[in-house]
Design a protein around this ligand. Sequence first.
Ligand SMILES: *Cc1c(COP(=O)(O)O)cnc(C)c1O
Ligand SMILES: [Zn+2]
Length: 415
Amino acid sequence: MEKLNGLRCRECGRHYPAAPVHVCEFCFGPLEVDYRYDALRGRVTRASIEAGPPSMWRYKDLLPIDGDVAVGDHVGFTPLIRAKNLADELGCREVWVKNDSVCHPSWSFKDRVVAVAVTKAREFGFDTVACASTGNLANSVAAHAAEGRLKSYIFIPADLEQGKILATLVYNPTLVAVHGTYDEVNRLCSEIADKYQWAFVNVNFRPYYSEGSKSYGFEIVEQLGWRAPAHIVVPCAGGSLITKIWKAIKELKTLGLLDERDRTSMYAAQALGCGPIVTMIKNDTDVLVPVRPNTIAKSLAIGNPADGYYAYKVTKESGGSGEHATDEEIVEGMLLLARTEGIFTETAGGVTVAAAKKLIERGVIPRDESIVLCITGNGLKTPDSLQDRLKAQVSIKPSLSAFDRALADLKSQTS
Ligand SMILES: *Cc1c(COP(=O)(O)O)cnc(C)c1O
Ligand SMILES: [Zn+2]
């Protein structure tokens, strides 16, 4: 059965055959994968999905893969956790954490997009994959290229966290550290993609890549018992994930797998030091003003997000909103999630928690409705951000009397 119509321009609607292209030749609009929902309706059911593997590939029928999955067999189907302690702390009734900090194999939601893009690259016969990355994408492309025995070129801003750099290099890619911002890296990669026949997962493969993010949204709905939450807070960099979670919810409704009446509002979370999408939301304008990033949330540090306009539109269309978090609030957010739920997320997760907290305190998100927080990356990759904040409370010689004295001191300090 043919499930794909190829690609379609998001702006003028022109059709293109499935190929490694991403921009409309007529209006320069971004291209998107176009599905034949009429052919999928009735064939994809809740039961058929539930009978699938415990990975994102249980939604393979709704992803742009024609043949077999080439890499990333175990990506996705991460835990959705009822966060009771965090809910108590926030004064809310129902809070969930969708925990992609434990996504296999590289500990962020980027494994979802990369598994689709690299599989597609293999389908199109490419032998080299590449990306422009703020960190997590670098880890994931390098890992999946290793698994798929493909060559990889990874382009990053040179000032990335050491943990992200090492967690890329270990897979033996060619890592190119560029002295510039992510946006400058990305512009360079567009030129390189034009010149070399490489599969840039987030440039010429962006239409396929971005579809992988839908699985994050599908899983939220399935794991809630085929119910959509009232509110979803999403950390935004390029703005792709938030638009694709929204697309996932709409597709499930189109296919009759989710009640049409379920209403979900989408919220963008960004750092104050790089928050052009949230600024659009706050100023209620569809004009994005690029910024020069200055934040500890490096994985979200895209000053000129490719999908910024669409991310803004999703928050508006869904009746949602957005919020910024300062660097201090980001660290507090990371600590709050760790202290209440035992989940160590990276700075991007701190942005989500901090922004959600502010939206709840401002009354934008009501305390008595279901809220899903998107935790998209792992804290062990960015310990740098906590270095100055945390240290051992007790430092002693290995003797019982030393411990007795230290414990007495601790108790007198806290009483
Ligand atoms: C890339 C990234 C995001 C944002 O993804 P976009 O689709 O570019 O908006 C969120 N969280 C983490 C940890 C990321 O690495
Ligand atoms: Zn067009």
